[in-house]
Design a protein around this ligand. Structure first.
Ligand code: AMP
Length: 294
């Protein structure tokens, strides 16, 4: 599809210049612009962000870019699932105004050399197991915020550390945008929706549900009075250990804002898990308190 073509009311941009033109035209009328950055292969988690943006903004832009800078050596960049045609249809059905789908060279032309470096928020959890990952995330998010200058940007709690790292960057570098972080959308058995769930075979898919079951069990234990971090981590490990195809990479209790290890489990803390299940690396988290963290 050519740059600037449209499906119903939705438009597609493949260059930064055309995306800017369309969003600037919308903003001339005073529109509140909402931005939903994604890597595509949409599921209900992505669509929930688009619907929230649709209800809170006048103009909704979704970006689809499998950002090479956030993938490490030997990770799944090449086989990351893609289905742009289906994505465009789903975005149109969710009422999205503009889909930005740039190629790699459009975002990182020859000579590109600048990167945003995160701080301590990115040091543990996925930052520890995926060196450079959050620098890649922040660099592309900074570019997208500068391309669209949205009033609101939408992210999911599913990637809690990503949301925390982006929140810090927005504060630290004074991006004039309000961050909206929305709840994790799950399959019926609790598995967090993820494009990477497509990697799972049937038995792996069945066993993967233990991740959320373990997180829920941890939350129940904490709400019932348990606050010892080692005990809560062990409870999660034991539960996950019942499913041999699920191999935890980390199980941590962290402060929901700073992502630093928490002294006690409870209000304002998260239990966060990364696990390998077959070819997939899955992450999930749960808040260990009654109030959702802000
Ligand atoms: P991705 O395409 O995986 O990079 O995700 C794009 C955005 O959707 C990120 O802000 C994710 O946190 C969010 N997201 C991914 N999965 C879910 C989910 N199951 N529920 C809610 N948001 C999600």
């Amino acid at each position: 599809m050519a740059t600037g073509s449209s499906t119903a009311a939705q438009r597609l941009a493949e260059t930064i210049a055309s995306a800017r033109e369309m969003v600037d035209a919308a903003r001339k009328d005073g529109a509140m612009v909402g931005l939903v950055p994604t890597m595509g292969f949409f599921h209900e988690g992505h669509l929930s962000l688009m619907r929230a943006a649709r209800s809170e903004c006048d103009f909704v832009a979704v970006t689809i870019f499998v950002n090479p800078r956030q993938f490490g050596e030997g990770e799944d960049l090449e086989r990351y699932p893609r289905d742009p045609e289906r994505d465009l249809e789903l975005a149109a059905a969710a009422g999205v105004d503009l889909v930005f789908m740039p190629g790699g060279e459009e975002m990182y032309p020859p000579g590109f050399e600048t990167a945003v470096t995160p701080g301590a928020t990115a040091s543990g959890l996925c930052g520890a197991s995926r060196p450079g990952h959050f620098s890649g995330v922040l660099t592309v998010v900074a570019k997208l915020l500068n391309i669209f200058t949205p009033g609101r940007a939408y992210f999911g709690w599913k990637d809690a550390q990503q949301a925390a790292v982006v929140a810090r960057m927005i504060d630290d570098l004074n991006f004039p945008v309000t961050l909206r972080v929305l709840p994790t959308v799950r399959e019926d058995d609790g598995l967090a929706m993820s494009s990477r769930n497509a990697y799972l075979g049937p038995e792996e898919r069945r066993q993967a549900a233990v991740i959320y079951a373990a997180l829920e069990a941890a939350r129940e234990a904490v709400l019932a009075g348990e606050s010892d971090v080692a005990t809560v981590r062990q409870l999660i490990a034991d539960r996950i250990g019942r499913m041999p195809l699920v191999e935890p990479e980390y199980i941590e209790i962290v402060d929901a804002r700073t992502m630093q290890p928490a002294a006690r489990a409870g209000e304002g803390t998260l239990a966060a898990v990364a696990a390998r299940v077959g070819a997939a690396r899955l992450i999930d988290n749960i808040h260990l308190g009654r109030e959702e963290p802000k």
